[in-house]
Design a protein around this ligand. Structure first.
Ligand code: BES
Ligand code: ZN
Length: 869
């Protein structure tokens, strides 16, 4: 890692290994919310290859109370500290540095370093929060073994947790006590964690495949433990799955998880002590939706799975971020796919990719999966690093197959265990295991932008020869005008007139096997000789490559394929394409609407198809996905067309919608089994369509009144509020009062209020900010109100008068002083502003420009500059 260059950016090319190593670190905390003292004893040793380098440590906003080298207090001329870096002069050999600093958790609203959440004391260190706790080489390639001693008032902080294994506790007298933890695995500072407070737990114990007995605990504030059981089960499932699918075992005697109400991100994989946003732990059927349960399971898995992909094998530097995040998203996605429906998981992921990652890749903030420079690393926890990074790993998996992929992972883990690795290490392990040259594949990591595939066909009636010509192109992105061809695995199938798959392989100028062509050049040709009739082609089954694919189907062809395709994902995708044509493709819009209506009618009356799949087919592409496909976005026109289509289809489908809604009532009635969740998903989809047709919203009112689960109650409340039903105010009041003590459920109604599709919603959002419900220091509350408004309310955010933009910009300025990461994420709502049609583009630009000089944090300033450049 290295310091910024003169241009203010840290560059990948400037990486240098640490000049000083820290083989062991011992910390002692005197915990107190107002003023905590941290004693650190660091064993330091210079890199023998680079002797004579100065000793410099990171430290931010630390009050230095004492400093000693090899037991001798240092006089002031031996060191200096400028608020960012501590330099110790005149040390050249192995030594021990002792420091004592004071920090202030209670006033730490950034929630980085040591902070308070309610009555708990907690840490968040990734990426660079550890330097706000004590002086250290705060970079992921410095990996000591740690000993952590926590001392605190026993009554206020009866539970004292840290990384690693517990090695002892003792009473200190005067109401204070002490706990000691040891983490034997070399661990970078970003994975450091402690948690202290009056927590209670749910617990279980199991034996790993290697025969280690492990205690699993989920800790929460006392009233909340009853809602931790599901998350505990998810930990067990994750642990077992990593053993089975990747042969990876857990490696400490205890795995602790803590749930906190104040947490900037979703969750954090600290070694042996994961810390979670409470929304990804706490759940029961009365307060959490089915979607919440599934999200909890996948976030728990994600953090657990980091224990190998991130912790045992960590990162050399932050440019490699996707090496842990993309890989762990790939792993948690496989976990969910193995445990539940693979097709539904694929649909969920591709929806997210299209609605959020594609716009990022096409907008002002586009960057490669491995960026080559950054000003502020916290702005790089993006859809591209996570979701595209996971897709790129899936591409590798598709290219080499499961067996070689597993062999490559085994090799990667074995070769890099206890080390700080790079993407090159990952690729060379996979190259060795699969025997493939992955140098062209590596371009996926260095080139930004979503690749486009254009496929055209030719059929010679006399010879029966059928040719597909495939051309790839990646559009220019900021700083990358020219792109090279990528290695893209293209899945394909051909159907004959009878709807049978044609199994003859094509002749080609590239490798083709089992319906998979490896595209390496700008253009390739696939040719079948002597077919009896023109076949119908289908592509990218299971969405094997994260590309935009263009083939000029007629409407009847798409409709036919939507029934023929073996691949469930593609059947869904073809309906999404029909809907997109109905919404955007003017010449065929009528035909596409009719075909979509027929297909949905058939699906609704087909009791043999998974109801959750039918629900996915009923959910048309969202605003962001549609907007991304347009060169210029006219917000009102797009929203209006989408609403018109929904109204029209609802009328056409009213009978099958009603029939299915009623038929599924009994199955939907409760329980977390797949059948019940699927039934609720489809019933709620039907309910939303049916409520369009009834200004009284009687069905929604009835469901709201009778609901036995949060899934049913919240869906009904959404319909009542968003369609402005007469019963909406009373329902909202009842819901609000029933859950007034629960911040997570409160976030749910606040998000519903903020997403009502109406320009007037801005006034509701502003009114809420004048009530005690508004808690700007709580990231979940900010996201529920402002994140929902800026990201999921096109009519509100994009008001024609620009008031939505001005409002969000103003809130970014206010929040920047409280929690810069939360503020910076809100700014992301502007990433596509250059494609917004007049007058909005100019209004957005003005709102952004008004922020210049008003943001103090590097996070906000970096993002604003990239948005405006
Ligand atoms: N390592 C991250 C948490 C993190 C993110 C820390 C950004 C610091 C800055 C963690 O593993 C993670 O990725 N969490 C996700 C949820 C996950 C399921 C994708 C999150 O917090 O959103
Ligand atoms: Zn992660």
């Amino acid at each position: 890692m290295s310091l910024p260059r003169g241009d203010g950016f840290v560059h990948l090319a400037d990486y240098r290994p640490p000049a000083w190593r820290i083989p062991s670190a011992e910390l002692q905390f005197e915990l107190d919310p107002e003023a905590t003292e941290v004693l650190a004893r660091l064993v330091l040793s210079p890199d023998p290859a680079r002797p004579g380098e100065p000793l410099e440590l990171d430290g931010e906003e630390l009050e230095l109370l004492a400093i000693a080298l090899d037991g001798q207090p240092l006089p002031p001329e031996r060191y200096d500290y400028d608020g960012q870096r501590l330099r110790v002069h005149g040390v050249a050999a192995n030594c021990v540095l002792d420091t004592r600093v004071r920090i202030h958790p209670a006033t730490n609203t950034r929630l980085e370093g040591l902070y308070c959440s309610g009555r708990l004391l907690l840490t968040q260190c990734e990426a660079q929060g550890f330097r706000r706790i004590t002086f250290f080489a705060d970079r992921p390639d410095v990996m000591p073994r740690w000993r952590i001693v926590l001392r605190a008032d026993r009554a206020a902080y009866p539970v004292l947790l840290a990384n690693g294994n517990p090695v002892g506790t003792r009473d200190l007298g005067e109401g204070r006590h002490e706990a000691t933890w040891e983490n034997p695995h070399p661990t970078p500072a970003y994975l450091f964690a402690i948690a202290a407070g009056a927590m209670e737990r749910v617990t279980s114990s199991l034996e790993t495949m290697e025969g280690r007995r492990v205690e699993l605990n989920i800790w929460a504030e006392p009233g909340d433990v009853a809602r931790c059981a599901y998350a505990l089960g998810a930990v067990e499932r994750s642990l077992r799955w990593d053993e089975r699918r990747f042969g990876r075992c857990y490696d400490l005697d205890v795995f602790n998880v803590v749930a906190a109400q104040d947490f900037t991100m979703g969750a954090m994989e600290n070694k042996g002590l994961n810390i979670f946003n409470a929304r990804y732990i706490l759940a029961d059927e009365a307060t959490a939706t089915d979607a919440d349960f599934l999200a909890i399971e996948s976030v728990v898995a994600h953090e657990y799975l980091h224990n190998w992909s991130g912790n045992r094998v960590t990162l050399r530097d932050w440019f490699q971020l996707s090496l842990k995040e993309g890989l762990t998203v790939f792993r948690d996605t496989e976990f969910s796919s193995d445990l539940h429906s693979r097709a539904l998981k694929r649909i969920e992921v591709v929806r997210l990719l299209r609605s959020r990652q594609f716009p990022e890749d096409a907008g002002a903030l586009a960057h490669p999966v491995r960026p080559d420079r950054y000003r502020e690393i916290s702005n790089f926890y993006t859809m591209t690093i996570y979701e595209k990074g996971a897709e790129v790993i899936r591409v590798l998996h598709t290219l080499v197959g499961e067996a070689a992929f597993r062999a490559g992972m085994d090799r990667y883990f074995a070769d890099n265990d206890g080390r700080a690795a790079t993407l090159e290490d990952f690729l060379s392990a996979h190259a060795a295991a699969s025997g493939r040259d992955l140098s062209q594949f590596a371009r996926w990591y260095s080139q930004a932008g979503t690749p486009e595939l254009r496929i055209s066909e030719a059929f010679d009636e006399t010879s029966g020869d059928y040719t597909l010509t495939v051309t790839q192109n990646t559009p220019p992105t900021p700083g990358q005008p020219e792109k090279q061809p990528l290695l893209i695995p293209l899945r394909f199938a051909l159907y004959d007139e009878a709807g049978q798959a044609i199994t003859t392989p094509p002749e080609s100028d590239t490798t083709v096997r089992d319906g998979l062509a490896e595209l390496t050049r700008e253009t390739h040709v696939l040719r079948w000789r002597g077919l009896g009739a023109r076949p119908l082609p289908a592509f990218n089954q299971g969405y094997a490559a994260p590309v935009k694919l263009h083939f000029e189907y007629t409407v009847p062809q798409r409709a036919r394929l939507a029934r023929l395709e073996r691949d469930a994902f593609n059947r869904w995708d073809l309906l999404q394409q029909l809907a997109t044509e109905a919404l955007l493709g003017t010449p065929h819009a009528e035909a596409a609407t009719a075909a979509l209506g027929d297909a949905l009618a058939d699906l609704l009356s087909d009791a043999s198809t998974d109801p959750a799949f039918v629900a996915e087919c009923l959910a048309l592409p969202d605003f962001d996905t549609l907007a991304e496909a347009l060169p210029e976005v006219d917000v009102d026109a797009l929203v209006a067309r989408r609403e018109d289509l929904l109204d029209r289809l609802a009328e056409e489908l009213v009978e099958p919608l009603q029939a299915r809604y009623e038929a599924l009532a009994a199955v939907a009635r409760g329980g977390l089994d797949g059948a019940a969740m699927s039934a609720r998903a489809l019933r709620n989809a039907c309910l939303a369509w049916l409520t369009r047709l009834d200004p009284e919203a009687r069905l929604s009112q009835a469901q709201f009144d009778a609901a036995g689960t949060m899934t049913e109650r919240l869906a009904a409340l959404r319909c009542l509020l968003h369609f402005q039903a007469p019963g909406a105010p009373a329902a909202l009041q009842a819901f609000r009062d029933a859950h007034a003590q629960d911040p997570l459920v409160t976030d749910k109604w606040i998000a519903l209020l903020a997403t009502r599709p109406d320009p007037e919603t801005l006034a509701d959002v502003q009114a809420l900010m004048a009530t005690p419900w508004w808690k700007p220091a709580n990231p979940n509350r900010v996201r529920a109100l402002l994140g929902s408004f800026a990201r999921s309310n096109p009519l509100g955010f994009h008001r024609r008068d620009g008031a939505g933009y001005r409002f969000v910009a103003g809130q970014v300025a206010a929040l920047d002083a409280i929690n810069p990461q939360v503020a910076a994420r809100l700014l992301g709502g502007f990433e596509s502003w250059r494609r917004w049609a007049a007058p909005r583009r100019e209004l957005a630009r003005e709102a952004l420009a008004s922020l210049q000089g008003k943001l103090a944090s590097p996070d906000g300033r970096d993002l604003l500059q990239r948005l405006l450049d």
